[in-house]
Design a protein. Structure first.
Length: 378
């Protein structure tokens, strides 16, 4: 019996090792072909270029990057002996060989970038630049690579120049505006960052997917603009003077705009945890501010609405349930609702103190019910 168990354990270990080796082997092979392309002795036929590009574009859209790169490489190999002006049909559309080569080189560079092979991405991008150096996509990708790898101000300045050049040629390029906003934000130029984030939002009304990003630019720009406004709000907290009416109005505007932007982003991408986390944080700040108002006018009713929204966003956010319970119990004298909230708290986080509050409220409500019955009988 002992021998069989040991043999089974050993077999399982070998199966795991074999699976790991297979995966590693696939990755090494994929990396070799993606980086170097196919090693065919003769180039593929020119007649297949249109099919290669169509297949590559489909795989790229599906983010099957290994297969996409192989098809793009095959297209480039087939184009090696062809003049740039040669006309080729791709999906029924006539394109010059130069335009197809530009497209394939850009896509391969993009794939390398997504794989974090920055050196190879830059090298392949230069092949695209030789075909059309001022093409918007070339300058946009160069700016991206510079900003992602930049460790000094000079490279960041070069990235900024590339994005500005893109905007000059294409004023409504959402990605260029967004990435320029990121650079300005990182340099603490918040006003400039806000301008470009807003333009990025305006330029992506349809929330188009971008292969290099986890979400559309219109979503990412809203998230970052909200964070820019939040940073501006923090700066107001450190003002060495009393708030003026203008200050209060601006703080209110920044907070409201921050929340609205995130609610819009959440409507489009409800699965984005970053948006939910930022929104919950902002709503907690708003609720706390409502509760800090003068004692005669404390907005507990408004604060409850905010806490309810927090609980909708994250039902496991125990602090929201706790605060609602405390408001109902201590300030609104609504023991029934307080009990309901404490029960929610206990579902999320079953703590003895919460259970004691539940028992106390249950006893109070039972005693009040008995008194009502006795009064009715009298």
């Amino acid at each position: 019996m002992s021998f069989n168990a040991k043999s089974l354990f050993s077999l399982r270990n070998w199966l795991i090792y074999a699976e790991i080796l297979a995966v590693v082997g696939f990755i090494v092979l994929a990396a070799f072909y993606i980086r170097r392309g196919s090693a065919e002795s003769a180039p593929p036929p020119l007649s297949e270029v249109g099919n290669f590009i169509a297949q590559a574009d489909t795989r790229f859209t599906q983010q099957d990057l290994v297969a996409a790169a192989l098809y793009y490489w095959q297209a480039l190999q087939a184009l090696e002996a062809v003049e740039k002006e040669h006309i080729i049909s791709v999906n029924g559309v006539s394109e010059t060989a130069g335009a197809i080569g530009l497209h394939a080189n850009l896509r391969i560079s993009e794939i390398y970038s997504q794989k974090n092979w920055s050196k190879d991405a830059r090298a392949r991008l230069e092949h695209a630049a030789r075909i059309q150096p001022d093409h918007v996509a070339v300058r946009l990708l160069r700016g991206r690579l510079l900003s992602e790898d930049a460790l000094d101000d000079e490279l960041l300045a070069q990235a900024t120049e590339e994005f500005l050049a893109v905007i000059e040629s294409d004023p409504n390029n959402a990605e260029a505006h967004y990435r320029l906003g990121v650079l300005y934000h990182g340099n603490k130029q918040l006003e400039e960052a806000a301008v470009h984030y807003k333009k990025a939002i305006e330029s992506d009304p349809e929330f188009r997917d971008v292969a290099s990003e986890k979400s559309p630019i219109g979503i990412l720009a809203r998230l970052q603009l909200s964070r820019t406004y939040a940073k501006m709000l923090q700066d107001y907290l450190f003002l060495d003077r009393e708030f003026t009416d203008e200050d209060l109005a601006e703080v209110t505007r920044l907070e409201s705009e921050s929340i609205l932007l995130l609610e819009q982003a959440l409507e489009q991408r409800p699965e984005m945890d970053e948006v939910v986390a930022d929104l919950v944080r902002l709503y907690f700040a708003r609720a706390a501010a409502l509760e800090r108002e003068d004692s005669e006018t404390r907005g507990y009713g408004d604060a409850l609405l905010v806490y309810e929204r927090i609980a909708e966003l994250d039902p496991q956010e125990v602090r929201a349930w706790e605060r609602m319970a405390e408001i109902y119990a201590s300030f609104l004298s609504d023991k029934t609702k307080a009990l309901e909230m404490y029960r929610k708290v206990y579902e999320v986080e079953p703590h003895p103190t919460v259970l004691a509050n539940i028992k106390s409220l249950e006893e109070d409500l039972a005693a009040e019910e008995r008194l009502e019955i006795e009064d009715a009988l009298e």
